[in-house]
Design a protein around this ligand. Structure first.
Ligand code: UDP
Ligand code: MG
Length: 331
């Protein structure tokens, strides 16, 4: 009997009797200057999913997030070998969060899986996720077991971020879990109903809830190219996460201001009494300077935090779309 290699049975022949009951899986892959990763990514995904391609329909939504290299051409070319690829071409770079939002909007599958296109997320894990999904879980998180591909500083700050956000926001963002996850159609629909423009996906994912489980994986090093998240971008990302899901930084100033004012009041009383009893005293320049500098520093931080929230309210109020699509190529 002629043996059939997994790739030669693609696209899968639909079995006529269960045509309507076949479930569809959507992969959502953002691409930003990933020219050299397009082919290896699609090939690895296809190879990894080969065992289940007879059971499920597949679509891979590839979002070209305003790449400046040949990513778009590579994606278009890849559609010859991978007809289940759909390409969403953005009019410019809108960022990864916007790309994933678009992918979720366009995905039609019963299960949707956002996955990085730089092969840092092992596609083999999808089989495990699917098994968990079939056993009734609506969200299957992929948790990285190590941060060995990160810089030491990045590891430290990531830890700090999860700790801080756990204390100051009322939702729990699971640690070491990224966008790589499986979501049931119900979850995707719930996410689609969230209208906010500042999209901190990790937070939104956690906010919608649903029956959740975890599978572990090791992060692979990037296949080609370099990460587009530098320290400044990551800081802003963390800020987005905190301000989108907690108002404590905004409210804490009332109490801190109250405390400082109370201290100042006591100090003033002390000064008045001292002046009345012992007369005017000239020295005190140093202590005054310290108090003024400290107080104005605290005020500036307070104003800055107001600005962080105000800026986001501004973004929400303008109500601009999260992304703009130039072209949709594919089925
Ligand atoms: N990405 C994107 N738009 C951006 C930056 C990144 O779509 O503005 C994509 C990128 O192509 C990759 C994924 O997001 O598939 C993760 O990006 P990267 O590898 O740079 O981040 P890291 O893995 O270091 O967190
Ligand atoms: Mg990466």
């Amino acid at each position: 009997m002629k043996s059939i290699s997994p790739s030669s049975v693609w696209p899968p022949l639909k079995a006529i009797d269960n045509m309507d009951t076949r479930k569809k899986i959507s992969l959502v892959a953002p691409f930003y200057n990933e020219e050299r990763n397009v082919r290896p990514f699609l090939e690895q995904v296809q190879a990894a999913l080969a065992p289940v391609l007879a059971t499920y329909d597949l679509e891979i939504i590839c979002i070209n997030d305003g790449s400046r290299d040949g990513t778009l051409d590579a994606l278009k070319a890849a559609r010859q070998q991978h007809p289940y690829v759909k390409v969403i071409d953005f009019s410019r770079n809108f960022g990864k969060e916007a790309a994933i939002t678009a992918g979720l909007d366009y995905a039609t599958g019963d299960a949707v899986i956002p996955i990085d296109s730089d092969l840092q997320h092992p596609p083999e894990l999808i089989l495990e996720m699917l098994a968990q999904w079939e056993s009734g879980f609506e969200v299957v998180l992929a948790r990285r077991t190590s941060r060995e591909t990160d810089q030491p500083l990045q590891r430290l700050t990531a830890r700090a971020f999860y700790e801080v956000s756990r204390y100051i926001s009322h939702i729990e963002i699971p640690a070491d879990v990224g966008d790589y996850r499986l979501m049931d159609r119900k979850v995707v629909n719930a996410l689609g109903a969230l209208q906010e423009k500042c999209r901190f996906m990790k937070g939104l994912f956690a906010w919608v809830g649903f029956r959740t489980t975890v599978v572990d994986y090791r992060v692979a090093p990037r296949a080609h190219g370099t990460s587009s998240f530098n320290t400044w971008k990551l800081w802003n990302f963390a800020l987005e996460g905190i301000t989108s899901f907690s108002t404590i930084p905004l409210r804490v100033w009332t109490y801190l201001g109250g405390l400082i004012s109370f201290g100042a009041f006591l100090y003033a009383a002390y000064l008045i009494i001292k002046t009345v009893l012992w007369g005017v005293e000239v020295p005190g320049y140093a202590s005054l300077m310290v108090v003024i500098l400290l107080a104005s520093g605290v005020q500036l931080i307070g104003i800055g935090i107001l600005g962080e929230y105000l800026g986001r309210i501004f973004t929400e109020v303008k109500n601009r779309p999260v992304y703009i699509v130039r072209e949709v190529i594919g089925p």
